[in-house]
Design a protein around this ligand. Structure first.
Ligand SMILES: Cc1cc2nc3c(=O)[nH]c(=O)nc-3n(C[C@H](O)[C@H](O)[C@H](O)COP(=O)(O)O)c2cc1C
Length: 449
């Protein structure tokens, strides 16, 4: 075998739909100020400027990454009319941004998060096939399934589903999109399509010729049993939150085991956790930086609102630097609005109380301790070694890196860690193909267009 080492796949996540990002661009003033909230107006400029997207994408391509990834937040998280102070407002629509990035990159895959609940197959299949054409075979679709009424209110028809239906719709959506993509022959002849199903009944002729990848790469993000099953049946990549070695190994084994049921080989679905990292010249330096970043990511207001998501009651009267509330959560509360779900509120509250008591932590310190851990902290050598170990131990096939600074947060990784991964023989030293399917080593559906 020429390849002794398991190869790592890398993607760059452009932050911006929650409080991961510490908006210190440019770095004015001390970065150590506790609880410094992102000023909205300077942040607004850098998150919309095309230069920000282009910088991160070019950095990822310089680092020979597999793809660039845009998340999507259709509505800001809100509690009692209060919006999370570090959440990003006003992010441009993802596929539009990726079409523009296709013009300033050559090889990098371009992945858009688009919701299967609030869109329609014909239109989305057309836009993704168009991106695949314009980029020469680099398009990917992260299929998300948020279906809450709060987000649904944005859409004309109320647009939300029962939780139980969100994956049946997503699965039929992806299958229908693939019927449309397959309706043109590789030599350029359109054939009529007709789809009759529970969620969609459509027929006609698809407007876009077969694209270079045949089917844009499909990514799934969702962690429930139905979500994993949907990924095993239909996705090329899973974007997961399981970033620790043990949780990663359990998730990896569980998901790969499901593939055989669909006649698929384990390598046909790549598992890529979203991870954060902090590099330092020494281990102590990295730990110190990591603590500063955690403090910035969890402002006093973020700490209280995070707690409200669990407790389900208005906690605005509590002091973020004081102890946890002694009242119990309301598990049936409608107070919290948004995407983040922490699991059973009573169980989470009990866990957080125990943590706070054991270590003598305030509300804010508890949230930081429970939620704010970075995945890889250390010198470039240590981080490269840990990443290689993860992949060798079957805890992941690669990583979606979520930098905490935009747009320069990946520069250090590309300059200092990528060369070390290459030296270890676990990461490419040049792109060998032109499409995202080539980078990922994924099969091409049907005949190559
Ligand atoms: C790693 C990860 C990233 C996600 N990113 C997004 C996103 O960018 N936009 C979105 O609307 N939902 C996002 N979701 C939410 C999922 O699509 C889904 O609605 C949610 O996880 C509930 O499904 P589940 O019960 O299967 O986990 C993400 C979920 C995960 C696990």
């Amino acid at each position: 075998m020429s390849r002794q080492h398991q190869q790592i796949h890398l993607a760059a996540h452009f932050p911006g739909v929650n409080n991961t990002t510490v908006w210190t661009v440019p770095p004015a003033g001390p970065t150590t100020t506790p609880g410094r909230c992102a000023p909205r107006s300077p942040a607004l400029g850098s998150q919309i400027d095309f230069d920000s997207f282009a910088h991160l994408a070019r950095t990822a391509e310089r680092g020979l990454f597999d793809f660039f990834f845009l998340a999507e937040g259709l509505r800001l998280r809100e509690h009692n009319g209060r919006i999370h102070d570090l959440d990003v407002v006003g992010r441009p629509e993802s596929i539009t941004v990726l079409n523009a990035l296709a013009a300033v990159t050559e090889r990098l895959g371009l992945a858009a998060t688009v919701n299967a609940t609030f869109n329609e197959p014909y239109e989305l299949a057309r836009r993704l096939a168009s991106l695949d054409h314009l980029s020469g075979g680099r398009a990917a679709w992260n299929v998300v399934t948020s279906s809450d009424a709060f987000t649904g209110e944005n859409f004309r028809r109320g647009g939300f589903l029962d939780r139980a239906d969100r994956y049946t719709r997503a699965a039929e959506f992806v299958a229908t999109a693939r019927e449309l993509w397959d309706s043109w022959t590789p030599d350029g002849t359109p054939r009529p399509f007709a789809h009759t199903g529970r969620h969609f009944t459509i027929d006609g002729e698809f407007g876009v010729p077969r694209s270079p990848q045949g089917h844009p790469v499909v990514i799934q993000a969702g962690d429930s049993d139905e979500g994993r099953e949907f990924a095993a049946s239909a996705a090329d990549i899973i974007f997961t939150r399981h970033g620790s070695l043990e949780a990663g190994r359990a998730f990896y084994a569980d998901v790969k085991r499901r593939l055989a049921r669909y006649g698929r080989a384990p390598e046909e679905l790549k598992i890529m956790p979203g991870v954060t990292l902090v590099l330092g010249d020494t281990a102590a330096d990295a730990q110190e930086k990591a603590a500063e970043i955690r403090l910035q990511q969890v402002s006093p207001q973020t700490a209280l609102l995070t707690l409200e998501q669990i407790w389900g009651v208005d906690l605005s009267g509590y002091d973020p630097d004081g102890p946890l509330p002694d009242i119990d959560p309301d598990p049936d509360s409608q107070l919290t609005q948004g995407r983040v779900r922490h699991g059973d509120p009573l169980a989470v509250a009990a866990k957080w109380r125990a943590l706070s008591e054991e270590k003598g932590l305030s509300i804010r310190q508890t949230v930081i301790e429970a939620n704010g851990r970075q995945s890889f902290i250390g010198t470039p050598e240590a981080v490269a070694a840990q990443m290689a170990e993860f992949v060798a131990a079957d805890a992941a096939d690669g990583f979606i890196l979520v930098p905490h600074l935009t747009p320069g947060g990946l520069d250090d990784f590309v300059d200092r860690v990528v060369p070390l991964l290459q030296e270890r023989g676990v990461f490419r030293t040049a792109y060998t193909g032109t499409t995202l399917r080539d980078h990922l080593g994924l099969p091409f559906p049907g005949e190559r267009g």
